[in-house]
Design a binder for this molecule. Sequence first.
Ligand SMILES: NC(=O)c1ccc[n+]([C@@H]2O[C@H](COP(=O)([O-])OP(=O)(O)OC[C@H]3O[C@@H](n4cnc5c(N)ncnc54)[C@H](OP(=O)(O)O)[C@@H]3O)[C@@H](O)[C@H]2O)c1
Ligand SMILES: *[C@@H]1O[C@H](CO)[C@@H](O)[C@H](O)[C@H]1NC(C)=O
Length: 390
Amino acid sequence: MDALASSTLGWLYVGVTTLFGVTMLFVAKRSPMEKRNVLVWSLLPMALALLCAATLGAAGGLGVLCATSIISAVYLGARTMLPVGDKAVLITGSDTGFGHALAKYLDNLGFVVFAGVLNKDGPGAEELRQTCSRRLSLLQLDITNATQVKEAYVKVSEKVQNTGLWGVVNNAGVLGLPADGELLPMSMYRQCMEVNFFGAVEVSKTFLPLLRKSQGRLVNICSMAGGIPLPKYAAYGASKAALSMFSGVMRQELSKWGVKVAAIHPSGFRTGILGTSELWDKQEKELLENLPADTRQDYGEDYLLGLKSYLPQLVPHCNTDLSPVLSAILHALLARRPHGLYTPGRGAYIFLCIFCYFPLWFYDFFSSRMPSTESVPRALRTWEAERKHF
Ligand SMILES: NC(=O)c1ccc[n+]([C@@H]2O[C@H](COP(=O)([O-])OP(=O)(O)OC[C@H]3O[C@@H](n4cnc5c(N)ncnc54)[C@H](OP(=O)(O)O)[C@@H]3O)[C@@H](O)[C@H]2O)c1
Ligand SMILES: *[C@@H]1O[C@H](CO)[C@@H](O)[C@H](O)[C@H]1NC(C)=O
């Protein structure tokens, strides 16, 4: 009787293993980009089951095999990627940085790429022309210019008539000189909102009819600074927070159309966003010109002139390898079940967790440990000195 039961169990064991193995082979074949992952997640349950079979007997092994198979199938289900096929994707701000790297990356994977650039005659556009396949089209696209957004729509919809547009990546963005919110000129707040928020909204609204038709993907590049408060990012952070909220609401509203929306909140990466000294000179000039005399007096010249050294100081903390951001965007574009929020880059996830799950005072203390200039406004230094004196 025992022998019969254990031989039945043995056969069940072989059956389940074979079924699981064949399914996983099928999954691996269908998702070429995830082969290693699939292999690891298929071997893991089998190894565990063998171990349990050796220690607990065939029944224990079978139970463990079934449980781990279900877990790894669910995990891989979330990881499974759709085929690239002839999917077309529009990217804004492909002149430099993430957008530029993404245009090359997606082109290399076989996507039909529409690379929107701020300057079609600039070096970034020229490089894409020279290094990418003929599937890639360059579009003159200043996202704050309604005419150019409309022209881009006409060009894209003509080119994708049969196959449709699968994805839009709202990547174009500006940072501006990071400085105390009290000091930033109104023009900086407006510029950040204009590009980072209104520009992305206009592009989304324009192309959504195409995305609804393809049941495709909308990906918005927000920022870590848009999910949590960080000193010196009042203008930029507020515009990214607006974009992040827009993404969230669109994700809810568009799900009934089969369109999936993702927000990407990267931490610091070395891109064109770190700017040039000419740009910061110009923005410093604008900031100083718009400052009331007594504010200028309270903060003091050396504090104000030191603002420019904040970004260069950040450079060593910024990642040169952009691949975490590229992988997150690819996942948002192709995963069968993409996430609503991605946090690529060092610190991006942990800061958000602390902000979400801990008291504000703890978060403020934690974020004050961030690298920043040690500089103190002049008036505070004097008060401090006076207090010490008494
Ligand atoms: N790098 C980071 O650490 C980081 C972190 C979080 C989020 N982000 C976000 O990631 C996105 C890409 O930035 P990046 O880091 O790759 O910086 P980037 O190299 O400066 O790329 C931004 C691109 O957008 C372009 N652009 C600016 N205004 C535009 C407009 N009105 N219309 C169309 N394009 C415009 C820029 O062109 P020009 O160069 O000619 O101005 C530039 O090519 C941005 O939204 C940024 O806020 C970056
Ligand atoms: C907007 O784009 C159009 C077409 O490229 C151009 O003629 C116009 O001057 C641009 N407007 C602004 C305000 O830059």
